[in-house]
Design a protein around this ligand. Structure first.
Ligand SMILES: C[S@@+](CC[C@H](N)C(=O)[O-])C[C@H]1O[C@@H](n2cnc3c(N)ncnc32)[C@H](O)[C@@H]1O
Length: 288
């Protein structure tokens, strides 16, 4: 598919291309929290690291004009970002051949991502499944197969203008790499800033969502992550972390600045649990 002007741009040539923002729906996405996070992002840091990038709400919002390094343990997701950065038109061209039907959905879902060699095809499959599955999210089983049921929605799988804007934004990212957080955080230099949005510690309901990759993020990972945050503090690295409002998390980060924020929950089917608090923890004074 060629990078043509949108119908709106042809009619109104002055119209702006959309800003980059997540093109995937991701459990734990931080879109609704950006207004709370924005005033907490430290001024004066120009090198940012994000070890749990997920759907990329924070990255798309704050990467412009900065040296940005993004990572995630989900290699299907990272390959998708790499493919969109390199050639979003080719990804779109493949999606255009995929009919929105239950039969085709089941066919694509049955393909293991590791069996697909082309990152462009992998990206097309992920975007297609994310947008045609029930409630649009990403979840895999222990074997790494996508395992969300069909959604039967009549909607666009992708927005070409948005994908193009995301491609431009991703093209400016310094590092896009599939790494475990222990490895990506080992390379953070003093003076940098790290935004951490790990799978949340179990707080009931939606927060139990923990199937972003074939292996789960357990209590041991939360403990190790807190220890690494302590090391980052000693190395002169500023960090901001989101997690569930639980006693365990408060204990792990006692001594640090903690802000409670309201988070709208989209994955939990029980509406009464959708408005719950979560914690934003940092090792610096955002007003300094
Ligand atoms: C809460 S989500 C991040 C959501 C993201 N901030 C957004 O706005 O969409 C957590 C992410 O951590 C990733 N993850 C899970 N275990 C990991 C690990 N051991 N190392 C690095 N990333 C991991 C998951 O694949 C998932 O994308």
């Amino acid at each position: 598919m060629k990078s043509l002007s949108s119908p709106a741009q042809l009619l109104f040539p002055g119209i702006e291309t959309p800003r980059s923002s997540p093109f995937l729906k991701w459990a734990g996405g931080k879109g609704a929290l950006l207004k709370d996070l924005r005033p907490l992002v430290p001024a004066g840091c120009s090198v940012f690291f994000e070890p749990f990038v997920g759907g990329g709400s924070f990255m798309f919002e704050f990467s412009e004009g900065r040296e940005y390094h993004m990572y995630d343990a989900n290699n299907w997701l990272i390959d998708t970002y790499t493919a969109v950065a390199k050639n979003w038109e080719y990804v779109a061209e493949i999606i255009d051949t995929m009919p929105c039907s239950r039969d085709h959905f089941l066919k694509v879902r049955a393909v293991h991502p590791d069996s697909v060699e082309s990152i462009y095809e992998k990206a097309a499959n992920l975007i297609y499944l994310n947008k045609t599955c029930f409630r649009g999210l990403f979840r895999v089983n222990k074997k790494g197969f996508f395992n969300v049921p069909y959604g039967n929605y009549d909607r666009r799988v992708y927005d070409p203008e948005l994908l193009k804007a995301c491609s431009v934004a991703l093209g400016k990212i310094h590092t896009i790499s599939c790494q475990d957080y222990r490895r990506s955080l080992a390379s953070v230099k003093p003076g940098s800033f790290v935004y951490l949005d790990p799978p949340y510690f179990k707080a009931g309901g939606y927060s139990d969502f923990n199937r972003y990759t074939a292996s789960k993020f357990e209590l041991g990972d939360q403990i190790e992550l807190a220890a690494i945050c302590n090391e980052l503090s000693e190395r002169g690295v500023k960090w901001l972390l989101s997690n569930s409002d639980t006693t365990t998390i408060k204990c792990l980060y006692s001594g640090y600045r903690v802000v409670e924020v309201d988070a709208r929950r989209e994955i939990n089917l029980s509406s009464q649990n959708r408005d719950i608090k979560e914690l934003v923890i940092m090792n610096y004074n955002p007003h300094d």
